[in-house]
Design a protein around this ligand. Structure first.
Ligand code: SPV
Ligand code: MG
Length: 561
């Protein structure tokens, strides 16, 4: 992907052919313009949108003047300086391996400015420039196009010749954009101009039209007869079936502004929601994860480089997910799968849980399966079998996954759903052992999950230090009001992991070990005198024990992928 960090075979900015017989970006663009295929390039306006365009499969990128100015928050009237534009396309070029065609407006001045522009673009790894026959400062073609004066033909031919004479790389492409139709002129004028520009050295002609039907473009293409590759921008006549362009002999289609427009739409929705909610909870799981941003930035490459060049590693993190049980109350739905594999909005609960773990950078994920383990087909997890699942409980399942524990290990019930901030906060805990307790009052909670703590949740207190006293267990409520409900999520690091392993050893000798729960293990650790830190939450999670829970899970995940 990124040319800076992944020197892919075909990523070369200089002339012709580069190291390892790589094809330069300029040669790629030239080839696209000249090939007999109809080619497509997509607008991008900064580094990350350029990466997104390339990842989608586009073989080239249109650095749109409209989109570049919009992302700077200014108008498409040359309100940015040309160096600001060139700086941004350099970021785009650094981040991608496909050629970029810059919308160079009118060339930011006269022939001399165009010469300097071409030199700078070559130096920054940009494969070509498109210049249009209007005057500086220009206005976007869709704003009173007919009132915009066209450039003098000879003067514009001089710019094209100056551009071609300044390029050092023979493959650098100069595309001449004909604005005759935009200015209300006819096909004859458009052809006269295009032919003059071709003779002046243009590698390709971009013919622009603001009509909602492709009539002008098709008439032009017919008259033009393939004298030089033809580029079009069907922003206004977008409903035209693409094969019509192909049949007309068009070489390249520019989808000119759709990444900036989709970004604006998404950002407006997100901004409104956060403003109205005064909370991130509803938005968090609908926007790209931070991890996805890191991926687009090639953060992994830096981690690998750090490993190579700067010593020091982070402790590994693992998740152990307990998913062996069928789900007693859901037996009519769980003939062929455990309850963790029940689908919620088209995705198994367990797949959602695994995604939530990955989102927090947890990569070593082990799932302890038992009942219908054959149906647990989640990618990139380690499947651990609890063969005795029919007669054993949670702690026996956990013991099966002992070999998967790492320095930093999160243990979760397989039927959990929660907003991602809960696991993120848990991962930020610096305590050896931390349990997540929901302090929201609920009648539906099972008494065995009731949690008694050193103090109740004081939600107005930031950074409260609360310790677990006891999880109620199977006996009825042990007096007093519980401080919350244990949700089935615990993180152990350092000594915390040792306490868990020692607890498994000790409890493993008990005859009733197969009936013991995670709560029993936590109670044992507390009884041993070890501190078990409480992280209070207030709702924003659920587990699935009944049909009603399953329906609620559907609502909980609505709108998520
Ligand atoms: C651009 O994308 O900036 C263009 C195409 O020049 S258009 O907006 O259609 O003029
Ligand atoms: Mg433009």
């Amino acid at each position: 992907m990124s040319s800076l960090y992944f020197p892919a075979e075909h990523v070369v900015n200089g002339p012709g052919v580069g190291p390892g017989n790589a094809v330069s970006k300029t040669a790629q663009l030239r080839h696209m313009l000249r090939s007999n295929e109809l080619e497509f390039i997509l607008e991008a306006h900064n580094g990350i949108s350029a990466v997104i365009a390339e990842e989608a499969g586009f073989k080239g990128i249109w650095a749109s003047g409209l989109a570049l100015s919009a992302q700077f928050g200014v108008r498409d009237n040359n309100e940015t300086s040309w160096t600001q534009v060139v700086d941004m396309v350099e970021f785009m070029s650094d981040a991608t391996s496909v050629p970029i065609l810059l919308d160079g407006d009118t060339g930011y001045g006269n022939f001399n400015n165009v010469r300097r522009l071409v030199r700078k673009l070559e130096q920054r790894g940009v494969a070509g420039v498109c210049i249009e026959d209007k005057s500086f400062p220009k206005t976007n073609s869709f704003i009173n196009g007919e009132r915009q004066p066209l450039a003098d033909i000879n003067e514009f031919c001089g710019k094209i010749a100056a551009a071609k004479d300044s390029q050092l790389d023979d493959d650098f492409c100069v595309v001449a954009r004909v604005e005759a139709y935009i200015a209300g002129r006819d096909t004859r004028e458009a052809i006269t101009r295009a032919e003059a520009y071709r003779k002046a050295g243009a590698d390709s002609i971009l013919i622009h039209s603001a009509l909602s039907k492709p009539d002008q473009i098709l008439e032009f293409a017919k008259e033009w007869g393939g004298r030089a590759p033809l580029v079009i921008v069907p922003t206004k006549y977008y409903s035209t079936p693409t094969h019509i362009f192909r049949d007309a002999g068009v070489s390249m289609v520019i989808w000119a502004n759709h990444l900036i427009r989709s970004a604006v739409d998404a950002m407006q929705g997100t901004a409104r929601q956060i403003f109205e909610d005064q909370s991130l909870v509803e938005v968090e799981d609908r926007v790209a994860s931070i991890k996805e941003i890191f991926r687009l930035q090639c953060a992994e490459e830096l981690a690998a480089a750090e490993h190579r060049y700067a010593k020091g590693t982070r402790p590994n993190t693992a998740a152990v997910v307990l998913a062996a049980s069928r789900g007693d109350e859901l037996t009519h739905l769980t003939h062929d799968r455990p309850k963790a594999m029940l689908s919620v909005n088209g995705k198994p609960l367990l797949a959602r849980l695994v995604e939530l773990c990955r989102k927090q950078g947890i990569d070593g994920i082990s799932v302890v399966a038992g009942y219908r383990a054959d149906s647990v087909d989640i990618k990139d997890i380690q499947l651990v079998l609890n063969d005795g699942h029919a007669t054993s409980g949670e702690l026996a399942s956990l013991a099966c996954a002992r070999h998967s524990f790492r320095e930093d290990t999160v243990i979760l019930y397989g039927d959990l759903l929660f907003r991602s901030y809960i696991l993120r906060e848990l991962m930020e805990s610096d305590s050896e052992l931390t349990v997540v307790i929901d302090s929201q009052e609920s009648d539906t909670g099972l008494a065995r999950d009731d949690a008694y703590c050193s103090s109740p949740d004081n939600r107005s207190l930031w950074g409260q230090h609360v310790l677990l006293r006891r999880i109620a267990g199977d006996e009825c409520r042990n007096g007093g009001r519980p401080d919350g409900r244990w949700i089935g999520m615990v993180r152990a690091q350092g000594d915390g992991r040792v306490w868990i392993e020692q607890g498994l050893d000790t409890l493993g000798t008990r005859p009733d070990f197969d009936r013991l729960t995670l709560g029993d293990l936590l109670n044992h650790i507390v009884a041993e005198g070890h501190p078990v830190r409480v992280m209070y939450i207030h709702g924003h999670w659920l587990d699935v024990n009944s049909l009603a829970d399953l329906e609620q899970a559907g609502r909980f995940t609505a709108g998520q992928s």
